[in-house]
Design a protein around this ligand. Sequence first.
Ligand SMILES: Nc1ncnc2c1ncn2[C@@H]1O[C@H](COP(=O)(O)OP(=O)(O)OP(=O)(O)O)[C@@H](O)[C@H]1O
Ligand SMILES: [Mg+2]
Length: 380
Amino acid sequence: MKSAKPHTLRLLHLEDSDLDHVLVLAHLHRGGLKVNATRIDSEAEFVAALLKPWDAIISDYNLPGFSGLVALDLLKASGRDMPFLIVSGEIGEDVAVEAMRNGASDYLRKANLSRLVPALVHAVEACETRRARARADLELGESKQRLRELAQHLQNSIEQERAAIAREIHDDVGGSLTALKFELAWIARHAESKDVVGRAHSALETVSHAIESSQRIMHNLRPAILEQGLVAALQWITGRFEKRSGVSCTLRTPRELPALPIGVPLVAYRVAQEALTNITKHAHAGRVEIDLSLAGGVLSLEVSDDGVGLSNDALGKARSFGLRGLHERARTVSGWVDVSSHPGKGTTLILSVPLPKVHKPVLEPMTASVEADPSRWGDL
Ligand SMILES: Nc1ncnc2c1ncn2[C@@H]1O[C@H](COP(=O)(O)OP(=O)(O)OP(=O)(O)O)[C@@H](O)[C@H]1O
Ligand SMILES: [Mg+2]
């Protein structure tokens, strides 16, 4: 016995006969086990004993007003995992099978205790292994949860950082470029030399180009179009996708949409954005369909293409974070993302977000949803 032998085994012995108790101890000593045993024989004592730490329980099957099977049930109900051996004078095969099914580690006849030591050692070791596995599972679960929280925190930090950069570009760079444009226009109007007018016009073109670029960068960082509602933002991103990729894209939206809870429009927008980016990068699609719908209190955004479909290793790629990020994003609003695909038959990505019941239907775009929209600069 690797783990139990070096220390004294704390043994709870459920046995009404003193003689049988001594017999069991004699077998254990003879087998080389150091044992610190406590004998009890009633349900009340057993319930009280369950609060203490034991390395193993050996139980008689028949006890006055109590039984090994009831003790086993009580142990199970306590939620503790402990080796439990039934040692009995008379035990039928069906009772033994039932005991094993209920979680007993082993059963032995009092008439033949030669197997007692190996059975006890095996039960203690098996229990130790189970406990170690349960500890490892718990740690793994906690670690996964921490990782999930970290990923969500990172997503939120990225959105806040993006919003801050977009705001600065808008207020600072955008403001300065607009002022510069006015100054240059004034110079162009008042300059007498043709050369200066020419230079001023060329500078105006450069500034206009820089303004367009800063607006584009701003939009990519934080789509201000979301201020006009999710539907408007989806229309905008769909149009831009069609223009850039040349792939035809149909958008279907409900005529009425409730005011969406904070965070939902941005998550839905980012899902559409990543899905369309993926289609551009991977799908070789000819058609794309985007469906925004509300059914049974669940908002769904479905993006499907008729492209090549996901390869077998697609979702396990170590360096691909787009779809993984979407799962984390969806969780931040209590939603989830499903991806389905058939080779050669395209890919469908669905975001589902259950909405709280309190929202009353209103038409989008509308100002009420702007108030609830986290994409407003002021909210961040
Ligand atoms: N619409 C699609 N059609 C075909 N394959 C796709 C589609 N969307 C995703 N994939 C496959 O799934 C993989 C994982 O996608 P994911 O968005 O997670 O990562 P990525 O696009 O490769 O990288 P990134 O981290 O920049 O998003 C892709 O590498 C691609 O092979
Ligand atoms: Mg991607």
